[in-house]
Design a protein around this ligand. Structure first.
Ligand code: 0O2
Length: 221
């Protein structure tokens, strides 16, 4: 009986982790399609790079303990919604919302939550757009609706977040106050940079449009 129970638990665990791997494959394909199609139609690529990961069992366990959830697969599946995570890095803030809208409109994606830390940055200066989605995964004998966390940010936001993450762990989560102030200042600088880059990008797009209008007009004569 114990042997049977162990076998069942092992199969359940493997299925559990596999469903997240499949969900990441699905979402990665969606992002890749958008990237290629956008490049082809608009002659422009809004996505700089994409990274994905399945949360390690150690991190899942830590989070379950921190949040005080039951240690059962159904409970973990329902409550820990960032086991499958994808991070999309874009050049410009407008690209972030464009990609987010394109993903949100897809019929097989259910948007469970959208946290806009760009409009409302975290007190430490963290900025990103977070989507929690659910996507169906069709398997041999079942359909699983799997949660995926998608983080969309600019290169500047990503640069800041990776440095902040390193500092946070270097100081074992007790960062000195001066360092926190400096990080906040760096976050403001990153915001300014994003705004400046966006306005230059907009100017160039408008110039391109004027050139195109002129070319089209000349085509008539
Ligand atoms: P990892 O290693 O990236 O997975 P919770 O997930 O419950 O702790 P909440 O409010 O549900 O918190 O999620 P939140 O804060 O919207 O997003 C959590 C994830 O966003 C984090 O995952 C980080 O990846 C990222 N994040 C959020 N705040 C910060 C921040 O201040 N600095 C940095 N560098 N990243 C941040 P994990 O699980 O913490 O880490």
């Amino acid at each position: 009986d114990i042997e049977q129970q162990t076998k069942t638990l092992k199969t359940d665990l493997i299925r559990f982790m596999m469903s997240y791997k499949f969900a990441l494959q699905e979402v990665n394909t969606k992002i890749d399609v958008l990237k290629q199609e956008f490049q082809y139609i608009h002659d422009y690529n809004p996505i700089e790079h994409v990274k994905s990961r399945v949360k390690s069992p150690e991190s899942i366990l830590k989070k379950v303990q921190r949040k005080g959830y039951d240690l059962s697969l159904p409970c973990v599946r329902e409550n820990i919604r960032d086991i499958a995570g994808i991070r999309i890095t874009c050049s410009f803030i407008s690209d972030i919302y464009e990609i987010s809208n394109m993903l949100q409109q897809q019929k097989d994606i259910t948007v469970v939550a959208c946290k806009d830390y760009i409009k409302r940055p975290k007190p430490n200066g963290y900025r990103s757009l977070h989507l929690i989605i659910q996507i169906p995964i069709f398997m041999s004998d079942r359909v699983d609706h799997v949660y995926v966390e998608i983080q969309i940010r600019t290169i500047a936001m990503d640069f800041w977040a990776s440095l902040e993450h390193k500092i946070y762990y270097k100081y074992k989560k007790e960062v000195p106050a001066e360092m926190l102030d400096e990080l906040k200042e760096a976050a403001n600088t990153a915001t300014q940079l994003d705004k400046k880059m966006e306005s230059i990008h907009k100017e160039i797009s408008e110039l391109k449009e004027t050139d195109q209008d002129e070319e089209d007009f000349q085509g008539f004569s």
